[in-house]
Design a protein around this ligand. Sequence first.
Ligand code: UN1
Length: 480
Amino acid sequence: MSTTQTRVMVDTNPADTSDVLAHVPQHSIDDAMRAVRLAEQAYPVWRATPPPERGRVLARAAELARARVDELATLLTREEGKILSEARGEVLKGINLLEWYSGEGFRVGGKTRPSEMPTTILFSLRQPLGVVAIITPWNFPWAEPVWKAAPALVAGNAVVLKPASLTPLVAQRYLEILEQAGLPKGVLTIVVGPGPEVGDALVTHPAVRAVSFTGSCEIGGEVYARAARRLAKVTCEMGGKNAVVVMPDADLELAAAGIVQGAFGSTGQRCTATSLCVVHRDVKSRLVDGIVGRARAIRVGNGLEAGVGMGPLVDARQLATVLHYVDDGRAAGARLACGGRRLTEGAYAGGYFIEPTVFTDVQPGNRIAQEEIFGPVLAVIEVGSLEEALKVTNGLRYGLSSSIYAADANTIMRFVDEIEAGMVHVNSPTVGGEAQIPFGGIKWSGIGGREMAEEGLEFFTELKSVFWDYTGRARQTNIY
Ligand code: UN1
């Protein structure tokens, strides 16, 4: 959408800030209002489009995106910083979501039930809400807009999407692809702009019937409160402090590899990142050796270069936050087993690079054990039993993802049962999600319904229950 104002954001590569991707005009509050009006105008035709046909638009978008995986992944790496293989993985995950939701076009629907009344049939319909707002973070600039907008669109809604200000270009490619796939103009509009103003304009707009948000707890709490005040539907997917528990009978090589992948993949800038390792004392030193050896071997650098295993942080602010937590861990008496330094020499000079960092001897009450860092920092806590491990992990205010490495089935099942988290991984890292199974967390990590799978579609629909007496006489015998 064109803008009425001339504020411009310089979109740069976090691995090399002299690489300028674009000068992106920022939208204003008036632009956000205009986007909602466009969506209101586009909605009736889209609502009237049969759901299987809406699904076919997503299927075509999946095909178009598949033909452009490399180009999209390269842009994503330049704009966000994650390494190319991770960017490819993200693009492919978005394509899976498009494929899943394209099929949902054949299934959007309610159910039938028998009635207490003669000659009466009961059924429910799932119908679109109208105009919905979607607010997405910078760390999954392709997958997040896809995973929220695909269910919203197949359900028949018109969408105003506000991607993170740091990563607008990848989201714009998504819109291009959707329109090329046949999405009528105005059914999805993008507004780019400073979160507090433009985001708030959407969240508080009376015509916006639902808000789907992913981002920090701080902003999620505000979005939830403001939308709730005017009784709009809200789903917020927020932070995590995701723990891996390692028991003495675990495969320690597998555990070390999974923890390193979970902690340092995407430079730790992932709501499902592993930021806590809760290990049984009998295997602690062996596990820590395995983790530290692997962490030290990771080559940090520009994600476009072959052989690089970890990219930069996204911007100076994120770098300052992560370094602040490193100082805090040191000051609290934790032992820095590796990393902890910003990298500034040579090719690092132009980017926001930091070493993969591991703290051991961390106490459960330390801030680095309690708060989401959103960077490549792992805190290791030693425990003496599964009970103690559960106490540490369930004592956190977050409840997004979790993992256990163990062999004994009873230990694993008890963990699966008792861990307070929306997602549990067994013998695998805390990260990731798949289109066909709900994604989301509990406690501070999420509110308002799961994403992905059919649950993700339900959020974007309203149910209508129908009571139909096909003789018109059943009510005469009604006792209710
Ligand atoms: C993943 O772990 O693959 O903001 C996805 C985030 C999440 C996405 C994580 N919403 O990090």
